[in-house]
Each structure stands twice: as structure tokens, then as C-alpha cells.
Design a protein around this ligand. Structure first.
Ligand code: NAD
Ligand code: ZN
Length: 371
């Protein structure tokens, strides 16, 4: 007989609807699975686009993919993680395909089913609602808007107990996406120029990382004045409100002809176009903003060609999570990566307020305190 643990889970039952806290249960870990007592979970725009079904993950569903907590129980095949460890949960990957073998697990051939499938790879769920009906789960191999989450050893990242565990969940997605885009994907170099289109959680993490990487011109573009103010506090050398100014002209002006590195994190096709137009010769723009599946964007082919420009799609900052997340924790502990300035905490019962504040732009990175 299967063992279960009683949990409280925030369930998304219908497209676009509020989260409902429900009593449910989750089965015990098998094989290489880990059961984590969730301390806190970040809320990311990707939770919202799935709630709104821009990505059609089946409902009813337990979202949450920036979990952090304490290991409660491990399956018999788990080797390097023990009960009591502090862990951050990140995205799922297969460990077996050519992308995973080459250190690019974010481009795993099974990325979509393992993170957006709504079940495990066999199509089974681990969570049941109060009536005994299965809830779609395994969202980003965790579904961490719940008091307990089931992950795999591969996406369960052991972190230092010197750092406050309730803060660390967003490293598993939004923060590593912005930071990794700059450090791992674009490989921003000392003395260069970097511009982020979108100064949300991802874009501002990129601003922090651009300083770590040594960029000397760091420009943040957004339409919300408070976000631009924060960008300055976090180290942006210039900010542009694209509602008020011609962004392309301004970036060209500041950088003396165009930026060498850029990141698009708004998911808006016209903003991507502005980003490409803002690049200088041999410039590269990373694309992390995620619009609805099937969205097209345009650019001037000859401008791209003659300028030697590159457009690079980026998933999860191309992070090898077991290496990169502990590095970000260490940078934070050394005072060189102040991502705590992006965060606002909410109690679990206020999860809908967190979603609302995030949508309205008053909160950058909500963290839901769960235990
Ligand atoms: P966010 O909502 O906090 O940030 C988006 C920012 O864009 C906001 O500050 C908003 O004001 C700004 N913006 C809106 N319109 C703009 C415009 N016309 N010009 C300039 N700025 C504008 O979201 P986030 O959590 O930072 O996530 C950003 C995007 O990245 C989302 O689409 C999310 O789904 C995606 N994401 C992708 C990955 C990945 O692996 N590729 C991972 C995490 C998040
Ligand atoms: Zn995310």
C-alpha cells in the first residue's frame, strides 16, 4: 500500500481563476524521488501564464516552481541528498539526452513534458484532492505551492545552511534565468555594455549579474518608474522609460552606437524588435520573455546580417543547477548579488494577493511563506 502525507495545496481549478487552498495528500517518494517540506516558494510570471492557459498544462493543477525547503524523506535510490538538508527545487530534466550530457540540461529533449506535462513521465500524479481524485502536478518537477513537494534528486539542489532558506526558492527559476542569461548564455565580459528590456524579477537579476560579470554600462528599460528606480539602486548605470523616450535612439546614444549585449524579458514582440535594433555591431540579444505559444516577431534581416547580430533563445539561464545555484547563494552571502531586494513575502493564505500585486507591478518577486 502507498503511504501518503496530508498536505495543503494551492489548487488552480479553472483557467485564470484564483488559487484555492485545499486539503490534499501526496504519496511517499519512490526510487530517486525526494519529499521536501516546503518552507517558501517564489511566484514567477510563468505560474501566471499557465494559470491563464497560455501554456496549456492540464487543470486542475498545483502550480509553484520556485520551492525551497527541508528534505523530509528520500527514495531508496537517492544518493547525495539526506533528510534535513536545505534544498532549492529547480526545473526537471532527463539526465540522459545529448543536451543533458553536454551540460545544457535547460535544453533537455524532455524539458516540456517534465516541466509542463502535469504528471510524471508515465502520466501519473502524486497528489490527490480531498475526494481522492488526482490533481495535475509535477509542475517543474515539484508543484511547490503546497506544504510538501515531490521532486527528483536531479532537480533538488542542496544549499548552504548559512543562507535564509525562505529567500532561496526564486534562485530555482526567475533569478537564475536572469543571472544565468548574463553569465552563462551571453557571457557578458568586463568593460562591455548590457541592456535589459524589462526590469522585472528576471531583468533585475540580469542587472545584478551584469555587475558581477563586470559590464561598465548597464541599462534598464521598463515602463514602470518604480522598477527603474530600483534598477538604479541595484546598479544600473542608466534607465529608460520606453513610454517616454525613444529607446533605440537612447540606447545607441548611451553606448555610442548600440549595446554589445541585451536581454528581452517582457515577452512582447515589439520590444524584441526594439532590442534587436538597439544592438551594436556583433551584438547579441538573449530572449527569455515568454509570450503565448505560437507568437511571431519580426526584425530587419539586413540589419541583422550586416551588423553580425545574434538572437539567442535562453531557457533557465542555461543553468546547470547543481553548480550555478550554490554559486549564486555564495555571491549573495558575500554581498555581491543582492536579490533579496527584489522580494516581498506573503503568507500562504494571501497567495491571491501576491498574484494580484505581481500582476499590477507593485511586487517584483513575491515569495509565499508556506511553513
Ligand atoms: P515581470 O512581469 O516581473 O517582468 C516583466 C517586466 O517587463 C515588467 O517590469 C514590466 O513592467 C516590463 N514591461 C512591460 N511592457 C514593457 C515594455 N513595453 N517595455 C519595457 N518593459 C516592459 O516578469 P519576470 O518574472 O521578470 O519574467 C519575465 C519573463 O520571463 C516572463 O515572460 C516569464 O514568463 C519569462 N521567464 C522565462 C524563463 C525562461 O527560462 N526563458 C524563466 C523565467 C521566466
Ligand atoms: Zn519561472
Amino acid at each position: 500500500t502507498t503511504e501518503y502525507t496530508d498536505i495543503t495545496a494551492a489548487v488552480t481549478r479553472e483557467k485564470g481563476s484564483d488559487f484555492v487552498l485545499e486539503q490534499a495528500k501526496i504519496r511517499a517518494p519512490k526510487a530517486d524521488e525526494v519529499l521536501v517540506k516546503v518552507v517558501a516558494t517564489g511566484m514567477c510570471h510563468t505560474d501566471m501564464i499557465v494559470r491563464d492557459q497560455d501554456y496549456p498544462v492540464p487543470l486542475p493543477l498545483v502550480l509553484g516552481h520556485e520551492g525551497a525547503g527541508i528534505v523530509e524523506k528520500v527514495g531508496p535510490l537517492v544518493k547525495d541528498i539526506a533528510v534535513g538538508d536545505h534544498v532549492v527545487l529547480s526545473y526537471g530534466y532527463c539526465s540522459k539526452c545529448s543536451s543533458c550530457h553536454s551540460g545544457h540540461e535547460a535544453y533537455c529533449k524532455e524539458f516540456y513534458p517534465r516541466n509542463f506535462g502535469g504528471s510524471d513521465m508515465e502520466g501519473n500524479n502524486a497528489i490527490q484532492d480531498a475526494d481522492g481524485n488526482p490533481l495535475n502536478d509535477h509542475f517543474f518537477a515539484q508543484s511547490s505551492f503546497a506544504t510538501y513537494a515531490l521532486s527528483l534528486e536531479s532537480n533538488t539542489i542542496k544549499v548552504s545552511k548559512d543562507a535564509p532558506i525562505e529567500l532561496l526558492g526564486p534562485l530555482g527559476c526567475g533569478i537564475q534565468t536572469g543571472a544565468g542569461a548574463v553569465i552563462n548564455s551571453l557571457k557578458v565580459r568586463p568593460g562591455t555594455s548590457f541592456v535589459t528590456f524589462g526590469a522585472g524579477a528576471v531583468g533585475l537579476s540580469a542587472v545584478l549579474a551584469a555587475q558581477v560579470a563586470g559590464a561598465t554600462t548597464i541599462i534598464a528599460v521598463d515602463v514602470v518608474p518604480s522598477r527603474l528606480e530600483l534598477a538604479k539602486e541595484l546598479g544600473a548605470t542608466h534607465v529608460i522609460n520606453s513610454k517616454e523616450e525613444d529607446v533605440v535612439e537612447k540606447v545607441r546614444d548611451i553606448t555610442g552606437g548600440g549595446a554589445l549585449f541585451a536581454l528581452e524579458s517582457t515577452g512582447i514582440p515589439d520590444v524584441l524588435r526594439q532590442g534587436i535594433d538597439s544592438l551594436g555591431t556583433l551584438g547579441t540579444i538573449g530572449v527569455v520573455g515568454a509570450p503565448a505559444l505560437g507568437t511571431d516577431a519580426g526584425f530587419d534581416i539586413n540589419d541583422l546580417l550586416l551588423g553580425g547580430k545574434s538572437i539567442q533563445g535562453i531557457v533557465e539561464g542555461d543553468s546547470t543547477t547543481k553548480i550555478f545555484i550554490p554559486q549564486l547563494v555564495e555571491l549573495y552571502l558575500q554581498g555581491r548579488f543582492a536579490f533579496d531586494k527584489l522580494v516581498k513575502y506573503y503568507d500562504f493564505e494571501d497567495i491571491n494577493q501576491a498574484a494580484k500585486d505581481s500582476a499590477e507591478g507593485t511586487t517584483l518577486k513575491p515569495i509565499i511563506r508556506i511553513a
